[in-house]
Design a protein around this ligand. Structure first.
Ligand code: DGY
Length: 324
């Protein structure tokens, strides 16, 4: 529990940074900083203790910025998260207190959309299962129907939550020449080249259903057995939003019993997903450890934006965030 504070005491602000890396030197120029010294999650009690006199917090999606923390941090003016998602932050409570909240949209859109498209094809074409089979000695002679998956060409791609990332996935998958790209949002998007449909239609028609919804705007475990039962038995379900939008027990049942064909998940509950989770036992389920935005360039851009948001927030300049 070592306390890392800058030695200069004339700095105007105190900032808590919940992750060990990177150094966030620009923040350290203007503030006394407590930065998680150990890596891994910053223990809740330390976060609460350090937030007591903090002007700003730079957090990750694993840190809960809730009423308890906000009640305990009367000086707090800015919360900057190193993520586009902000469901870990209680926005209403921040709004009530005039706390500015910054996030990192746009800079990760292309990278996350690339991963969404990649995961869709990986699950659809059984890439992990095929590569494992080859590596493990299961590769016998070539036969006509061995390891056949499903293709996007001529199929219907469905997007649930056509925001920036959903648009990015659709644009990339369009290159694989689907018959249709349909989507469901609360209301149709103006000037979208994709086809707006109601949820039931999306579930029924999609050969590939990709969830890119902002998890702060949807009920928990929205995708449950009732919804999976409306989907095609061959459908591929992909989630790059947040694990909490899916009922994972129901997804297991749907995959195991052939109610749907396959799934690709970049996000789960909890994270990390324990290796004895039944979903890991299924060949038709590809699980990635939340790597949607994980390229060096994108993470650098996210770090820079979260740092700028925090400094701008503290110094009264514009920031990028859900409450701005
Ligand atoms: C986010 O930013 O919300 C992602 O899930 C991590 O890049």
């Amino acid at each position: 529990r070592s306390l890392i504070l800058n030695t200069m005491s004339n700095k105007q602000f105190k900032v808590v940074i919940t992750e060990k890396e990177p150094p966030y030197n620009k923040i350290k120029e203007i503030a006394e900083v407590y930065q998680n010294p150990n890596g891994g999650s910053l223990a809740r009690d330390i976060l609460l203790e350090q937030s007591k006199d903090a002007d700003a917090i730079l957090c990750l999606l694993r840190d809960k910025i809730d009423k308890e923390l906000l009640d305990n941090a009367p000086k707090l003016k800015v919360v900057s998260t190193l993520s586009v998602g902000y469901e870990h932050i209680d926005l209403d409570e921040c709004r009530k207190r005039g706390i500015r909240v910054g996030n990192t949209p746009d800079v990760l859109t292309a990278t996350t959309a690339e991963l969404g498209a990649t995961l869709t094809l990986t699950a659809a074409r059984r890439i992990v299962e095929a590569a494992d089979t080859a590596r493990n000695g299961g590769w016998n002679i070539w036969t006509p129907y061995w390891l056949c998956g499903r293709g996007i060409n001529g199929a219907t791609v469905g997007i649930y939550g056509l925001g920036r990332i959903g648009e990015g996935v659709a644009k990339r998958l369009k290159g694989f020449e689907p018959k249709r790209i349909i989507y469901t949002n609360r209301k149709p998007k103006e000037n979208s080249e994709y086809e707006f449909v109601q949820l039931d239609e999306l579930l029924k028609q999609s050969d590939f259903l990709i969830v890119t919804v902002n998890a702060a705007t949807i009920e928990q475990q929205f995708f449950n057995l009732e919804k999976f039962k409306k989907m095609k038995p061959t459908a591929v379900f992909v989630n790059i939003s947040r694990g909490c939008v899916v009922n994972q027990d129901d997804l297991y049942t749907a995959l195991k019993e052939g109610i749907i064909g396959a799934a690709g998940l970049d996000v789960t509950v909890p994270e990390p997903l324990p290796t004895d989770n039944p979903l890991f036992s299924l060949k038709n389920c590809v699980i990635l450890p939340h790597i949607g935005s994980a390229t060096m360039e994108t993470r650098d851009a996210m770090v820079n934006l979260s740092e700028d948001n925090l400094i701008n927030g503290l110094t009264g300049k514009p920031i990028i965030g859900p409450l701005e």
